[in-house]
Structures are given as structure tokens and as C-alpha cells.
Design a protein around this ligand. Sequence first.
Ligand SMILES: [Mn+2]
Length: 424
Amino acid sequence: MILGKEQIEDSNQENLSRHKKNHEFISDQINNAEEVIKKLIDFQVAIPSWALGTGGTRFGRFPGGGEPRSLEEKIEDIGLLHALNGSSGAISLHIPWDIPEDSDVIKNLAAQHGLRFDAMNSNTFQDQPDQKLSYKFGSMQHVDKAVRKQAVDHNIEVIKYGKELGSKSLTVWLSDGSTFPGQLNFRKAFLNTLESLREVYAALPPDWKMFVEYKAYEPNFYSTTVGDWGQSLLYTSKLGPQAYTLVDLGHHLPNANIEQIVALLLMEGKLAGFHFNDSKYGDDDLTVGSIKPYQLFLIFNELVEGMDARNMNHANDLAWMIDASHNVKDPLEDLLQSVEAIMIAYAQSLILERKKLVEAQNNNDVVTAQEILQKAFRTDVRAIVAEARLRAGGALNPLSVFRNEKVRENLIKERGSKTTATGL
Ligand SMILES: [Mn+2]
């Protein structure tokens, strides 16, 4: 299914006069509205190819129907999102779930939808049907050199697919670790992993980046071999200038100060980018901004401050991606909500009175510092975000267009009600 420009424009016409009022109101309150809108238009969030089907838990999976059956249909789904919000102009692939059979065809199809290929993701956390050696006890950390080599070769193959598609980065997330004390020698596991990562790093094209993602626990519940940002930074520092640490919001122990982690990684020039999601307890699967929107804002505040301090381009110098997958919502509606939450937090951090904040910090004026942060966070910037969408050719209200145009019903008609997308 392809959403026509007229369908979106018709819906925008209906909402236009109310939007104009809201937009004028907010533009009067802040002094950099035009600058914010330009930055919002440039800002694109990559959609992962594995988040387009209903996610499962270990207790079950409840597909909602009309799920994409192929990489082509996944691209079509992301094209729908991008047509609606103008901010989902990139796709991140997981290999081997989404091996492109003909890269040129896939590349052209993506280009037709205005999409580029963001980071490529390898997978050594599952055994594939035709796989020789098992990852049951880890991949790059494995005690058996042959298993480590298999994991390295897989990552090098992922780079090859990425090169064909025009991607410029590889994300390595390892589930390696241990479930019980005594299972693993921590030092040997680290050194094996480092050696394996070095072999993959050596295969990177010169204009590529390698992202090393960390996760505190799950699927291993005693230790994880890339368990936190310190361990990731240790690997990426040893690997070299093309290696960066990737932050996934849901991969921390409860109450971790993620905004501080972000500030320090940025300072060191070692922040790769983000996997956005949210969580109440210890998962990494809920819709961005659904539980802790203030935390999301505080993170964006550090991102903007830190990127500006290094003269970085907000849109291109870091990788922005959603990484969430759960059981109960329409995945496309969920992704629209996540992108909206990201754009709101970004806009709020752009309107923050930064000079005044520095002044308050230098005067140890804690009250004013908090007031400045919360003033930005409590400003309703939705009309600014909507204006950016409108100017980018998207919908003022993406969710209502999605529902009014019966997108899911159409996808079910086209693909059937019993389809299951590859992924989690
Ligand atoms: Mn992730």
C-alpha cells in the first residue's frame, strides 16, 4: 500500500486552521521557532526492520495481521511511516533476518520511498537452521576458536551486504555472557571478544563506523561480556577511531543516569548514537516516551549541548534509531508514537535557554537551573513538531491519517491476516 499525497493533504486541510493557531501561539513564546523547525525537518530516525511485526515475549506471540512477509514489504511499511511523518527516512537491517537477494533492486525500492540504509546489525545471539556451530555459550567470547571465527565471518558478511546497500556502519550487539557464577573466566571472555572484534574491525571499509552496543543483562543473567558503557568504551578505545559506543536506553540497570553517560561519551568523541525505547522495569521494548519522557528530554538536553560543544551536525553525526518491540499495539502506530516522542524531546532541548542555564550553573543557582530545564520540558512544542512535518510533506496528525485511511486493514487485505514478519 502506498499513501497518496492527496490523502495526506486532504487530512491536513481539515486540521489546518486549528494547527495555525497553535503554531502561532507557540512561535510567539520562543525566539528560535524557525531554526527549531529546520533542525526538526533534517532529523531522521531510522526504523529497524525487525520492529514492523508484533514482537513476541518468551511466553508467546500474537501477530496482528498484515505483517510484512519480505524485505520489500518491510521497506513499504517504513515508506508509509515516512510519508506520514517525514522523519522516518532510514532503515536499519538485521542479518540474516533480512538478507537482500538483489541489493540494487532493494536499494532502488528504498530510494523510491525516500529511505537510506542506516546501521547494519549482525546476529550471533541465535542459531540459524543451517549453522555449523552453536552460539549457546556465546559467540565472540566463546572458548572454542572455531565458534569465534564463525561469528567474525558472519559480521564480515554483514559488512558486505551493507556496502552493497550504501550503509556506513555496523552495530554489534552480543548476548555473550554467563548465567551462573563460575561458568566463565571474565578476563578470558573479554580478551576473546576483543580479539574477535579486532578481526571484524580490520574488515571495516575506511569510511565505516563500528558500534559496540552494551546491555546489562538478558539473555544472560549473571554476567554480560559487554555489560555497560565502561566495558564498551574499553573495547572501542582499544579497537581504534572507527569504533564507537552505542547507547540503548533499555540496556541499563534501573535508575542509571543515562544522560551523564551520554555527556561523557560525547566528550570523548566515542558516542555512536542511540537505540531509543522506554521501560518501566528492566526491558528494552516499550514505546519511546511512554514511561519516562523527562528522562528522554534530559538525554536530548545533553545530546544537543554536547554535540554543539563539538560542532557536530545533529542530523548526521550520530546514528538515531528506534529499537523496541512488544506485544500489544499495531507496530506501525507504535512507531509513529515513538518518532513523535523523539521529535518532541529534541524540540524541547532546542528551545532550552542554554546561556541562562550556563549562568545559573556558574552561580550555583540550583533553583534557576531546574526552572530552566523544566520550563523547556513543560512547553507544549507539539505544534512546532507538526509544522515541521507539514513542511516536510507529512501529515499534521499521522495517527489519524493511518486510521482514517485504514492502512492496517489494507495491509491485511494485501498480505493476509496470518503473516509473521521475521525478527524478534
Ligand atoms: Mn538495541
